[in-house]
Design a protein. Structure first.
Length: 254
């Protein structure tokens, strides 16, 4: 990232707002009885209506416009005719590509009445992401982000997925650096003003191990325990960071 990052921030801000808006629309319709295909259709249409493109669509062959990861699916769940039922949890992950720049975000939604454990898992995942974002500023180590998430999550009795990570983002969907959600403080490269990347912890109720199904995309917990995820795209400033994918709504968790 060059020192002249204002244009990058401005364009990511626009893309991020569209992505966040798509999830706000999802929050209005998501309930028991809808198919995950309906979520995909809504995201595609909302992003398209705002002059942007759903970046996941056909990315490395991915067949849909968003990812819908239910229950023990960790990430990259493919929307289908699967019907959401009372007690499910589902992460919806969207990325808008606008004027050549990406905005990437996800939220985990509760479907109807979910268990106390599921609620705690979702809340812990969101709080871990926000705690990590709160420490981001020029000249900290990448490992500080992972350490913050891991300490918080493990203190709550959950585990951090290690097979997937956050990533740099800009004109390309996935760039350097890799942003691990576990690790040791003071390790990893220094982050610098102007860098843009995602923080997107995937947190499991059980053990951290995952496996990818035969479709080549859908990642699940090996022990079939529940998994939750939240994601924001952030830009590093001298004294902090800007979150590009904040909802216009006060309530981020449905």
């Amino acid at each position: 990232m060059s020192e002249n990052y204002k244009e990058a921030f401005e364009k990511t801000r626009v893309a991020g707002l569209i992505a966040a808006g798509a999830l706000d629309e999802v929050a209005k319709i998501i309930k028991p009885g809808i198919e995950t295909n309906q979520i995909d259709k809504l995201c595609f249409e909302y992003i398209n209506d705002h002059g942007a493109y759903s970046a996941p669509l056909l990315y490395r062959g991915f067949p849909k416009s968003c990812c819908t990861s239910t229950n023990h699916i960790v990430c990259h769940g493919i929307p289908s005719d699967k019907v959401l039922k009372d007690g499910d949890i589902v992460n919806v992950d969207v990325t808008a590509l606008k004027n050549g720049w990406h905005g990437d975000t996800s939220r985990t939604f509760e479907i109807g009445n979910v268990s106390v454990k599921a609620k705690k898992l979702i809340q812990t995942t969101y709080e871990a992401m926000m705690q990590a974002i709160s420490i981001v500023k020029d000249n900290i180590n990448l490992g500080d982000i992972g350490s913050t998430i891991q300490k918080y999550v493990e203190a709550q009795g959950f585990s951090v997925v290690q097979d997937f990570c956050g990533h740099g983002i800009g004109k390309s969907f996935h760039e350097e650096p890799n942003v691990l959600h576990y690790g040791k403080k003071g390790t990893g490269e220094k982050i610098k003003t102007g860098m843009i990347f995602t923080i997107e912890p995937m947190i499991n109720l059980g053990k951290f191990e995952t496996k990818t199904l035969s479709d080549g995309w859908t990642a699940v917990t090996k022990d079939k325990s529940l998994s939750a995820q939240f994601e924001h795209t952030v830009g590093v400033t001298k004294n902090g960071c800007e979150i590009f994918t904040l909802s216009n709504k006060k309530q981020l968790i449905k």
